[in-house]
Design a protein around this ligand. Sequence first.
Ligand code: SAM
Length: 543
Amino acid sequence: MAGTIEEKARGAFFTPAEIAEYMAQWSIRSPGDDVLEPSCGEAVFLRAAGRALREVSQGSSRPEGKLSGVELHETSAVQAREILANEGFTADVAVGDFFEHSPEIAYDVVLGNPPYVRYQEFSGAARAKSLEAALAQGVRLSGLASSWAAFVIKAALHLKPQGRLALVLPAELLSVGYAAEVRRFLLNRFASLRLVTFEERVFPGVLEDVVLLLAEGSGGANSFQLHQARNAASLAEDAKDWTDFVPSNGGKWTPALVAQHAFQEYDALASQVCEPLSSWGRAYLGSVTGNNSFFTLTEEEANRYGISSKELLRISPPGSRHLKGLEFSTKAWKALCADGQRGYLFYPGANPSYEAQKYIEEGEQRDVSKAYKCRVRKPWWRVPLVDTPDLLLTYMNHDRPRLIANNAKATIINSVYGLMLKDDRKEIGKSLLPLACLNSVTLLGAEVVGRAYGGGLLKLEPREADKLPVPSLEVVNEKKDRLQAIKPQLGSALRSGRLEEACMLVDPIVLEGVTDATLANLRQAREVLFNRRKVRGGNGQSR
Ligand SMILES: C[S@@+](CC[C@H](N)C(=O)[O-])C[C@H]1O[C@@H](n2cnc3c(N)ncnc32)[C@H](O)[C@@H]1O
């Protein structure tokens, strides 16, 4: 378990035995298989490999295959030797850095669970050595790569051409930009690739979400096979059904998590009926105040300090819980203010009134002026504003990113994004885009382009928001009367959180002509991704 700071620094968390056994059994096929574990910790894989070798050698206690391990941490290596000796295995466990390890022999099997140390903590000589090792294999890794990326590439170097690589890797292999080079390398190097993902978290207490990589042979592959297991215990019995996935060139592998045919249907519809949100306008983060509890005020506070409305701006209050329906109206804003929410931003002009000056002095006494964001601007109490957006877009979501017309013309702070529509799309966009987005392609698209975050939330970075597939201008224009007609029903479904009902109203219009079977596939695919992030969110932060 990644407990102490020292353990975290070397990426030490240990693999459950069921997983190590499954991987050893998959990779070890004959009594003569030589095995390497490049970061062997306390030998969970080498022990499983020893047992698998015995099994294929029909019980002989001395199979010919050699067990070798490398481990940076001497105490773990000593313990590994002991554990192996206690089971009667002969193994060679070297203490050292795998990136400096150049064994004489090539192995039939390389297996293990490499360290995942983020680039921020993985620096200096250790990092340089790892990047060099990857480069020696022709792979130029990005400066953002975590340590596991170079481990994969170096591990493959130690294999015989027809050898097997079995590694536990972070699930970010499927999605993050810096892993694109690793994904490409794997497809070029191996003849066959398999991935196992898990519905439940398999490393209890560990934040990282993992996948198992099973790769073999050489010569290149244009697809891989995927199995979704429930958990580590169910791995052995249910890893029988595998689905094929053909990744797009350099693209993410995340779509493999939904049924392949559903993804193809999604892809086709996303290009026929939708366009990226960026074609509608520009998404941006709201203003960073530096201290929301000082700069945002309730009506009662504004009155108490005697700050006049000339020195206040109307804002969408911090948070996004109030952003539920299709529009954020002046009436809704007033109701929130009456309810004691922070609907005002403190924003005096160049010459603050006496009352505002008093409030500023109070801020100085409370050290608000010393907060980093305040300290670096002049005067410290002037919050830099962003343009008042046409639409509000939530970026931390339980169910879906919400797009809401900013009819209150509220200024935004950084708890939401704004969307500034292009001039020729302003009117129709404000009135119908939030509604048109409640279709099954956009809902699935949000799960595909966004990322699962702590607590099972779906987060959209601004550049991910740009890619969200939303109905095209042409489609919205063509269907505008019918979309307009369902507005009242839709608004009330959304306010009471009945998303499915809203989607059932919008799909027949925006996705007219799409068969029921395809719609069912899209909804099911969204459900799979949605449930996956929820299950993971239950016990830690996922990626
Ligand atoms: C994620 S743990 C896995 C340990 C073991 N494979 C398991 O699954 O139980 C990673 C291990 O890699 C070791 N390690 C970190 N950097 C290393 C390096 N450059 N060379 C060899 N071992 C390293 C750590 O000390 C730690 O024991």
